[in-house]
Design a protein around this ligand. Sequence first.
Ligand code: CP
Ligand code: NVA
Length: 307
Amino acid sequence: MTTLSQRDILGIADLSATELKDVLELAVHLKNGRQSPVSQKVLGLLFYKASTRTRVSFSVAMYQLGGQVIDLNPSVTQVGRGEPIADTARVLDRYLDILAVRTYKQEDLETFANYAEIPIINALTDLEHPCQTLADLLTIQENFNTLSGITVTYLGDGNNVAHSLILGGALMGMKVHIATPDNYQPNSQIVEKAKELAVDGFEVMITNDPIKAAKDSQVLYTDVWTSMGQEDLAASRIPLFEPYQVNETLLNYADKEAIVLHCLPAHRGEEITDSVIEGKHSRVWEQAENRMHAQKALIVSLLEVNS
Ligand code: CP
Ligand code: NVA
């Protein structure tokens, strides 16, 4: 098994293609009941933004592995009162074995990583959501028995979820289509990075045409049009984003066996219709469950637990 030797996972591309495959393989084994205990290890969760899935899936994963979790909610710790990240990181490093941080700026996450020796996991920043991508890839692999060559189309805002999906798709040799309104495309540096580290088979299409993007895709994926921290812009975005809604009409352009993913939470009637998220193509609940299996594999790999 690959051990990630106390690595920081600040973005999905902190894993090589081989390491990513190994984490997914371990996730499958853990999902099927393999035991890989991390007893007496402690995971800290330091979340500056709301979370249901990430918080609970990390907590249950650690509990099932035999470890412990400490919730370091900023409202009840000194970080909420302005203690510098560099100081917080050096202190937490001396108590915890691993720390997952959900925050705004990628640079703040990097500061945690620079000042703490323990593995730091990106539990979502404005730039990336690598833990989500692990679960997305696991879900796609479960449905198609492969990742290489699969076309995944992401529609909506070129955000953190889109960025990690592009990079993960590049590492797995997938065809990644991104359809966004003009001015909401993914970060061009992320797209360039994806091209640099891509394995054979990777293709990326960035377009403002949702139908062209969705055509013959095996996976349609969407996320909220307004991410956490951007709420003041929500109303103005709706008319711009409406053509990118994942609905029955768009689904008709995709492969007839296509699956529909959403990282959740969803806004029914905005980025996805109720009938599609509740329909037979939807795999969103399996995808949410897979957060736990994928993160368990990540924790085990980072803590160098012999499985
Ligand atoms: N998908 C996801 O990260 O969900 P939460 O914000 O609930 O953690
Ligand atoms: N893009 C969303 C994902 C939430 C899980 C956000 O950052 O709010």
